[in-house]
Design a protein around this ligand. Structure first.
Ligand code: PLP
Length: 394
């Protein structure tokens, strides 16, 4: 397999660097095997433990484990009582799940443009989009960089809006000493394979509100009353009552088994990603790219994605050309994201068009995500650097 210039690729084909490869150790493997041997693979003691550890990590009253962040967002919006026709403001620079969750809950997603440097939703743009129908602001701490929460919480207070935090990238992030997920009414996290830590598929919802927690728990398991979670436990059979047409969103012990050990390594992985992130910024300073800005003062960045923007004017080639060239060097990369309104469904159904979100478009046409997994070896990082430099200077 040849590089895009016809020469030899930086990385041999059989050692292709997979973007977002998870870090799985023997501890995770043994814990899953333990669940299998005990034959408790569904929702059970390990999920309860996982919730406990997460609750303590975040210092919130409740943590409810579910089977994805998409499910977490869906339930969070429902539990807040968002109704048909209510508007929820979010960013065009996010994964489709953020917007789909609003739609599935019956709400209307209203997009507010992001900032070109932080790539996070702009408080000024949020304020422009607030109407009498607005019920909530759904922020995304993009790439692990916390949003401007002082300004956003001030808007929420002034207009009496709920705040939901999509922390899929941001488990380790904090802003002025407060952790991501602890500002809003609800925080939602993802443990998808490529995220900072993984359970295969998985998510969690955190909140301080007892009523929201109870509602989320009920909706996550068919809409059954509280005791249903215990119905097959060692306390013997109990009747349950269905009080709502709920969903099947519960996390399994097989997933929590992985997650318990991943949580222990949270800061080890982050430290490694931070090291790589800083190293990339250092080694790419002379290239025709806009580098991710340093974290803002008084914040902790979760370093989920490393997203340089190709300076297409200066470089003279498109982002997609770079994407293909890097792939030919056997370095896997991603795009986070093509803005929401580039997708036909949202364009059509939300009445959006090109030009509506200039900052998101500017980013969406230039952004590329390089490998930033917590278990990349020095050798792999060096090859990513070599390949990116080759592609952008060649
Ligand atoms: C990954 C992701 C989600 C969805 O997470 P899942 O656990 O895969 O459902 C939601 N929002 C953002 C910003 C994400 O990156």
């Amino acid at each position: 397999m040849l590089a895009i210039d016809g020469g030899r690729p930086v990385r041999p084909k059989d050692r292709f660097i997979i973007f977002g490869a998870p870090c799985i150790g023997e501890e995770e493997i043994s814990e899953v095997v333990d669940s299998m041997r005990k034959r408790w693979i569904g929702t059970g003691p390990k999920v309860a433990r996982f919730e406990e550890v997460f609750r303590e990590l975040k210092g919130r009253r409740h943590a409810i484990a579910v089977n994805s962040c998409t499910a977490a967002l869906h339930l969070a919006i429902l539990a807040l009582g968002i109704r048909q026709g209510d508007e929820v403001i979010t960013t065009p620079m996010t994964f489709c799940a953020t917007v789909n969750a609003i739609i599935h809950a019956g709400g209307i997603p209203v997009l507010a443009d992001c900032e070109t440097d932080t790539m996070n939703i702009s408080p000024e743009e949020i304020e422009k989009k607030i109407t009498r129908k607005t019920k909530a602001i759904l922020v995304v701490h993009f790439a692990g960089r916390p949003c401007d929460m002082d300004a956003i919480m001030e808007l929420a207070r002034r207009y009496d809006l709920y705040v939901i935090e999509d922390c899929a990238h941001a488990i380790e992030a904090s802003y002025k000493g407060i952790q991501a997920g602890c500002f809003g009414d609800v925080g939602c996290f993802s443990f998808y394979v490529t995220k900072n830590i993984t359970t295969g598929e998985g998510g969690v919802i955190i909140t301080d509100n007892d009523r929201i927690a109870e509602r989320v728990k009920m909706l996550a398991l068919h809409g059954m009353s509280k005791d249903a979670w215990l119905r097959f436990s060692d306390q013997g059979y109990r009747h349950y009552e269905v009080i709502h047409a709920g969903f099947k969103y519960n996390m399994m012990d097989l997933q929590a088994a992985i997650g318990l050990h991943q949580l222990e390594k949270l800061q080890i992985f982050r430290k490694r990603r931070r090291e790589i992130w800083d190293y990339y910024n250092d080694r790419f300073a002379d290239l025709p790219v806009f580098l991710p800005p340093k974290p803002e003062p008084e914040t902790e960045h979760a370093y989920h994605l490393y997203t340089p923007l190709i300076d297409t004017d200066r470089f003279g080639k498109t982002r997609d050309w770079v994407l293909n060239a890097l792939t030919a060097e056997n370095v896997g990369c991603g795009v986070h994201y093509l803005p929401i309104h580039y997708h036909s469904f949202y364009k059509k159904n939300l009445g959006l068009k090109m030009g509506d979100f200039p900052a998101a478009e500017w980013i969406g046409n230039r952004t590329i995500s390089l490998p930033l997994s917590g278990c990349l070896t020095d050798d792999e990082v060096e090859d990513v650097v070599k390949a990116f430099r080759k592609v952008l200077t060649g």
